[in-house]
Each structure stands twice: as structure tokens, then as C-alpha cells.
Design a protein around this ligand. Structure first.
Ligand SMILES: Cc1cc2nc3c(=O)[nH]c(=O)nc-3n(C[C@H](O)[C@H](O)[C@H](O)COP(=O)(O)O)c2cc1C
Length: 276
């Protein structure tokens, strides 16, 4: 049996279990005073663009949101599970102007492109600047931000995901009970599954060009991993049409892919699905 749950403000917190990335965002106010607080309403946004963005949601009267609005800069720090107690300390309602980090074991290092400092104990850090802010009526402030830098502990990037997950030991946020008791999981039981290739027959049917493609460009298209092939096909056709072309050529493909920053190195990162 299933039951319907009422949709209320904070539905995601009340009943649903909604695992999330846990961060501590550092900001500065106009007078240069540091602020830090945990935030988990955070998502990658526009990931295929050359300048990918982040999107996050804040209580509009939080110090963090006010500082971001005033200065346009912030740092997303992801501390490991060993620092959950310190992270919770930064969630306390200290008065404006208090640097929560001073009540924790966290120490700071200068950021490279923005004024707010970064947290030394965070294995992954992102420096951001505001692109735009949407202030929802009587609700959250949504910030869309450009990623200025991705900073990681040395050596992590070179590790495989299987090695990096335990090395970073990032907590997974599991929500709160009554806005008081916060739950987390630590990554101790990691599983992975290989993505299998779409059955051959279905794959051939799924490519349905609306334009003529010359031989080279069609061969190029078929080199593209199946999971992004259709999207690339549509984008290349739109681009070629925009150039007034009747036939897609390799030039259209290379120009568009360069525009999106989709060079060979990027395509190689899609790897390939496992054969059946
Ligand atoms: C794990 C965790 C995640 C949180 N995520 C958010 C969030 O995404 N958005 C939000 O507005 N508040 C969130 N909060 C609450 C703020 O951290 C809290 O209100 C804090 O006191 C705000 O501090 P500030 O006023 O210095 O920004 C979260 C708290 C915790 C403990």
C-alpha cells in the first residue's frame, strides 16, 4: 500500500529523503568580515557550456545570501565527514559579523580569484562569482554563479573515482528532523554499475537526421558516444542551418564543438558504455 503525503513548504525536509551534497559557503560582508554556514540546496547548472555554472538556494535573510548580494563573491567548500561537528557549529545562529570558523577546527587559506577565504580542510573547493540572482517572492533567493576556479587537494584529480570517493570521505546530507537534528551518511559502502550500450537495433533507429550530412561529418557523428550523439546531432544541424547550409560538413561540427569547448579531450571523458 502507498499513501499520499501533503505537499507543504519544506516537503523535502519533512517526509522525503533527499540525499544531498553538503558544503560550507564562505563569504565576506562589505566591511571584509568573514561568514561561514552550511548549505546543501546546491546544484551544477548549464554543465555543457564552456563556462559552467552553479545554482543554489538561500534564505533571503541569511548572512550568506546578504553577503553574496552585496559583494558578488563566495566560496563553496566541501569538508570531509571528519569535520561534521565543525560544520554544524557554522550552522548556529551567530550575530551578523561573527566569523563562525573561529568556533571550529577549520582554518582558512586565501582564495585565488575571490576575496572570501577558502577552508583548508576541504578537499574540494569552488570559487564563484554571481551571474544573476532571482529573489523569489517571500521565499528563497536563488543564485546562479560562474565557476572561477575548482581547487582540490593535490593528487585527488588523478585518482580514479573508486579511489577518490573514500579519499575525500564527503558526507551525504540526509535532511533534518524538525529543523533541529541533521542526518548524514558517510561513504563506507560504495557500489558502481557499468552502463551498457543501447541494443544495436534501437541505437540505429534513434539517429534521425533532419538534414543531409556528408560522409566525413556522419562518420564524425558516429564517433561520438551514443549517450550524447543525438544532442550533438541536433545542435550541429541547428548550427549548420544558422549558417545557411543545406548539408552538414565536418567544418560545422568542428566549429560548433570548439564553441562549446567540446574538443577531443572532452569527448574522451565520456568514455564508452560497456558492450553487452
Ligand atoms: C547541513 C545543512 C544544510 C543546510 N542547507 C541550507 C540551504 O541549502 N539553504 C539554506 O537557506 N539554509 C541551509 N541551512 C541552514 C543554514 O546553514 C543556517 O540557517 C545558517 O545559520 C545560516 O547562516 P548565515 O546566516 O551565516 O548564512 C543548512 C544547514 C545545515 C546544517
Amino acid at each position: 500500500m502507498k499513501e499520499e503525503i501533503p505537499i507543504r513548504p519544506f516537503w523535502y525536509s519533512d517526509a522525503w529523503i533527499f540525499p544531498k551534497l553538503i558544503t560550507v559557503i564562505t563569504t565576506m560582508d562589505k566591511d571584509g568580515r568573514v561568514n561561514a554556514a552550511p548549505y546543501s540546496h546546491i546544484m551544477q547548472y548549464d554543465v555543457m557550456a564552456k563556462t559552467p555554472q552553479m545554482m543554489m538556494g538561500f534564505r533571503q535573510d541569511s548572512h550568506t545570501f546578504k553577503n553574496i548580494k552585496a559583494t558578488g563573491e563566495f566560496v563553496i567548500n566541501c569538508p570531509s565527514s571528519e569535520y561534521l561537528e565543525d560544520l554544524m557549529e557554522t550552522a548556529r545562529f551567530y550575530p551578523e559579523g561573527v566569523n563562525e570558523l573561529e568556533h571550529t577546527r577549520f582554518t582558512t587559506i586565501p582564495s585565488r580569484y575571490v576575496k572570501p577565504p577558502s577552508i583548508e580542510q576541504a578537499p574540494q573547493i569552488m570559487e564563484c562569482t554571481v551571474d544573476r540572482i532571482v529573489e523569489l517572492d517571500k521565499s528563497s533567493g536563488i543564485v546562479y554563479a560562474d565557476i572561477k576556479a575548482i581547487i582540490m587537494d593535490e593528487g585527488l584529480e588523478k585518482m580514479s573515482r573508486a579511489e577518490r570517493i573514500p579519499a575525500m570521505n564527503l558526507p551525504i546530507g540526509l535532511g533534518d528532523q524538525d529543523r533541529f537534528e541533521y542526518f548524514y551518511a558517510r561513504p563506507s559502502d560504495i557500489v558502481s554499475f557499468g552502463l551498457k550500450e543501447t541494443p544495436r537495433g534501437i541505437q540505429a533507429e534513434s539517429i534521425d537526421p533532419t538534414m543531409q550530412w556528408d560522409k566525413d561529418s556522419m562518420e564524425g557523428l558516429m564517433q561520438i558516444p551514443p549517450m550524447v550523439r543525438e544532442m550533438v546531432m541536433t545542435q550541429v544541424e541547428t548550427y549548420a542551418k544558422g549558417k545557411g547550409a543545406e548539408e552538414v560538413t565536418m567544418t560545422h561540427m568542428s566549429e560548433l564543438m570548439a564553441e562549446f569547448g567540446m574538443d577531443e579531450a572532452l569527448m574522451a571523458r565520456f568514455g564508452g558504455p560497456k558492450k553487452d
